[in-house]
Design a protein around this ligand. Structure first.
Ligand code: BGC
Length: 758
């Protein structure tokens, strides 16, 4: 299809009309020219295609579909290949259902455990979020169906989600909140990007030219269309100018008319309207020309796949005395309503109408398993009788498994949690069961971290997250050892909410949420503060054990334009086959910018038979060592040593080495009378120019006098103090003390030399 020619035949009114939805889920048709409507649908862990009554909050029913594990769980797999396969299956379902775009993945950073939509997001770590987003986009789009990576950007809270301004400095945005979008846009080329509801430093994402055009298109090369989150448009004309192509859902014609008026009044260049139409139509036809509505949708096969994926995502947090896996011949008490009615997805626009679900109780029907509800989710209570019944069942069994976690009402799109606790009734139940049977195991179904006041009382904890419709089957497979758990936490579980770095400011004041913790999000903060946590980022146990050895770093020194290869060997030292995630972290040993101790820069999931070992390799480039420099508005590596740490959690990194990285970029310097000696002397060129003046300055700061002076004088001005006074002295200060340049003229000449102008 010649898109340009098509757009050139459209009237201004038709073009403005194309820039908003026909209804909740369709782009507009241009019947006169034979352009059909196309449909988009929520997801992304399955389809939420609404045929009839449409809404964006998951209230009305959608077609029966397959609910895969949500992003909180899939991130824990640390397995992009598996997530790509899940994407392929979702892409096939879209082809079957004639959907042009799935609205996801959602890659916002988990700034606080409280965010109501954390279950839809991948991680507190941008590198992991970027890798998982890239994989699912590649999978879905391999079926010629588009994705809409969302919510661009800095949408890490639900509180006042449509009006709040997320205020952060450029370095924080570039290092923490952008990279997942950046990697996915560059590597997976999503067909569309969904801008977020919120403002960023005061400007709505939906009308932010820096965000939607300068960064997204000019820097990262995005070439699809930008769609608004549903109802995110404030000033539509400003949005078109900024790079927002499609407004969703329909605007009832109001905003279309505003676009027409603005063009007629000369306030909006018609070329920008044409450009937005071209971008939308390019994607519309990319789908239409590759549509395969006869693609089969085998829901049973996808259910089986969802069960396999859910099991691979589970994180074994504790396993004292190797109580897990349980023995299939033992009597086991399943306790807690979630055992019969699992919570496996979150509320809101990603909510899927499952064609079937399997509970742990059903999945364990051939085993010696009893079931007691223990608590009621609907009433959020556990009566004395319920607890007594559960304790009695636990007492009779060899082991008790309490299925606990967060009910729907505790976390959902639309609002944030106000605390990190589990329901009180569930905590009480766990304590009572642990009293009755020392072999107590807790399975958690939740989308975000919870406090675990009972952690010392139970033998094992299995974090299953929101594992999709087949989570019951998956849980039973892991509990009884058919699957060896291999998930790792994609986020830190702090001991208490107050430890979280965003705690003081999360949610903000009125319509302003300042991201004051800057780049210190998640483990970047806990590690810097050396805080104890409940479970660290990257952590997860297995039914076998692994050992790391043989760290090989390809060079002692590299330039920031080179790449570095790091190799490490991992061995299965236990007696079962299993998988682990080899993780690589980089840290700047000493740096001018205040940086995290370590940051994840590579990971590989490895499966090993007992006794088997494998060498894995990582390639690191400039970005692995760089920070965002706000002076040059670019990535920069400061010359110096960097640590390379390898292991299987952010707090278990047995292999350590260093590499020196030399910068090939000279940062621009501009010296003024206010420049201090410390900074000038750190610059070798400037230091050599300053040699003569330095002699004079040293004299002023009384080296000689002090050496020959009284004891009292020596005590008054110590050597450390002299040094400090001198290094923090501005050039103008040295002049007023009688050192340094001694006239304005001399100062001007010195500055010319220092600034390379003489
Ligand atoms: C959500 C999006 C979703 C859209 C359409 C919005 O409320 O923020 O994630 O894709 O609705 O349902």
């Amino acid at each position: 299809m010649d898109i340009k020619a098509l757009v050139s035949q459209m009237t201004l009114e038709e073009k403005a009309g194309l820039l908003s939805g026909d209804d909740f889920w369709h782009t507009k048709a241009v019947e006169r020219l034979g352009v059909p409507r196309t449909m988009v649908s929520d997801g992304p862990h399955g389809l939420r295609k609404q045929d009839e009554a449409a809404d964006h909050l998951g209230i009305n029913d959608s077609i029966k579909a397959v609910c895969y594990p949500a992003a909180c769980a899939t991130a824990a797999s640390f397995d992009p290949d598996m997530i790509r396969e899940m994407g392929e299956a979702i892409g096939d379902s879209c082809q079957h259902e004639k959907l042009s775009v799935v609205l996801g993945p959602a890659v916002n950073i988990k700034r606080s455990p409280l965010c109501g939509r954390n279950f839809e997001y991948f991680s507190e770590d941008p590198y992991l979020a970027g890798a998982m987003a890239t994989a699912i986009i590649q999978g879905i789009q391999s079926r010629n169906v588009g994705t809409s990576i969302k919510h661009f950007a800095l949408n890490s809270q639900e509180h006042r989600r449509m009006s709040s301004s997320s205020d952060a400095d450029e370095r924080t945005i570039r290092e923490i909140y952008f990279p997942a979008f950046e990697q996915a846009v560059k590597e997976a080329k999503p067909w569309t990007v969904m801008c977020s509801y919120n403002r960023i430093n005061g400007v709505y994402a939906s009308e932010n030219p820096w965000l939607l055009t300068d960064v997204l298109r000019k820097e990262w090369g995005f070439d699809g269309y930008v769609v608004s989150d549903w109802g995110a448009v404030s000033d539509r004309v400003a949005g078109v100018a900024a790079g927002l192509d499609l407004e969703m859902p329909a605007s009832g014609g109001v905003n279309d008319r505003k676009i027409v008026e603005a063009v007629k009044a000369g306030k909006l260049d018609e070329k920008l309207v044409d450009q937005a139409c071209e971008r939308i139509l390019k994607i519309v036809y990319r789908y239409l020309e590759n549509a395969k509505p006869d693609t089969p949708w085998d829901k049973e096969a996808q259910h089986a796949q969802a069960a396999w994926i859910a099991a691979e995502c589970m994180v074994l947090l504790k396993n004292e005395d190797n109580i897990l896996p349980l023995n299939k011949t033992d009597e086991v008490a399943f306790i807690g309503e979630f055992a019969q009615k699992p919570r496996f997805q979150g509320g809101g626009s990603s909510h899927i109408n499952c064609f079937k679900t399997t509970s742990a109780v059903e999945a364990a029907k051939d085993l010696k398993v009893t079931y007691t509800p223990g608590y009621s989710v609907a009433k959020d209570e556990a009566t004395k009788e319920m607890i007594a019944e559960a304790a009695a069942a636990a007492k009779k069994a060899k082991a008790a498994v309490v299925f606990a976690g967060l009910p729907d009402s505790y976390e959902s799109e639309g609002y944030d949690r106000s605390h990190m606790r589990m329901p009180e009734c569930q905590n009480r139940l766990i304590e009572a069961v642990a009293d009755a049977n020392p072999n107590t195991v807790v399975v958690l179904y939740n989308g975000a971290p919870v406090e675990m006041p009972w952690i010392g009382r139970v033998k094992a904890v299995l974090e299953a997250y929101l594992g999709g419709q087949a989570v019951g089957e998956a849980t039973v497979r892991v509990l009884f050892g058919d699957v060896n758990p291999c998930g790792k936490l994609p986020e830190t579980f702090p001991l208490k909410l107050e430890d979280n770095p965003s705690y003081l400011y999360y949610g903000g004041e009125g319509n302003v949420a300042e991201y004051r913790e800057g780049v210190f999000v998640g483990y970047r903060y806990y590690d810097k503060k050396k805080l104890d946590v409940l479970f660290p980022f990257g952590y997860g146990l297995s039914y076998t054990t692994f050992a790391f050895s043989g760290l090989k770093i390809s060079a002692e020194t590299i330039r920031d334009t080179d790449t570095l290869t790091v190799k490490a060997t991992v061995k299965n030292t236990g007696s079962r086959a299993g998988k682990t995630v080899v993780q690589l972290y980089v840290g700047d040993v000493e740096s001018t910018p205040i940086r995290p101790v370590r940051e994840l820069k590579g990971f590989v999931k490895v499966g090993l038979q007992p006794g088997e070992s494998k060498e894995v390799a990582f390639t690191l480039d400039k970005r692995a060592f760089a920070y965002w420099n706000q002076q040059i508005h670019d990535w920069h590596v400061e010359t110096g040593d960097f640590t390379i740490e390898v292991g299987d959690s952010s707090r278990n990194l047995p292999l350590k080495g260093t590499v020196k990285v030399e910068s090939t970029v000279e940062l621009p310097r501009h010296y003024t009378p206010d420049s201090i000696y410390l900074d000038i002397m750190a610059d070798p060129k400037a230091a050599s120019i300053m040699k003569e003046f330095m002699k004079k300055t040293m004299e002023i700061f009384g080296h000689e006098e002090r050496d020959s002076g009284s004891e009292a004088a020596k005590e008054a001005v110590t050597e450390d103090m002299t040094l400090a006074m001198m290094q923090y002295m501005p050039l103008r200060g040295a002049m007023s003390f009688g050192g340094g340049p001694d006239s304005d003229k001399q100062m001007r000449e010195l500055l010319k030399q220092l600034n390379g102008e003489a």
